[in-house]
Design a protein. Structure first.
Length: 100
């Protein structure tokens, strides 16, 4: 979980639990998504929390260091996973070597 300039990760988690909401983020080579699921009755406060988290998120130094150290391991795992390798090679085979 991320932190913002005004909320700690624990505060964000607690507020999501109180609101009955879920907030998830994901990214890959060419797509990033941020997903909010909220009860209709708590939609406005959930959107306010989302609006704070999305543009203002920060990773504390120790978590940023851990994420940076984990990145090479994730890349290595993808290199030895047949499906991941196929997903990297497939677009070039279909669209040509110059494809992003």
């Amino acid at each position: 979980m991320v932190e913002t300039k005004t909320r700690s990760a624990l505060e964000i988690s607690d507020q999501l639990a109180v609101l009955g909401a879920q907030l998830n983020a994901n990214s890959n080579l060419d797509l990033s998504t941020v997903f909010l699921s909220a009860l209709q009755s708590n939609l406005n406060p959930s959107l306010e929390l989302f609006a704070d988290v999305h543009p203002e998120s920060v990773l504390p130094g120790i978590r940023l260091q851990a994420a940076t150290e984990a990145a090479p391991r994730r890349i290595q795992r993808k290199r030895v996973t047949p499906l991941q390798m196929a997903l990297r090679v497939f677009p070039g085979l279909i669209y040509g070597k110059g494809h992003a």
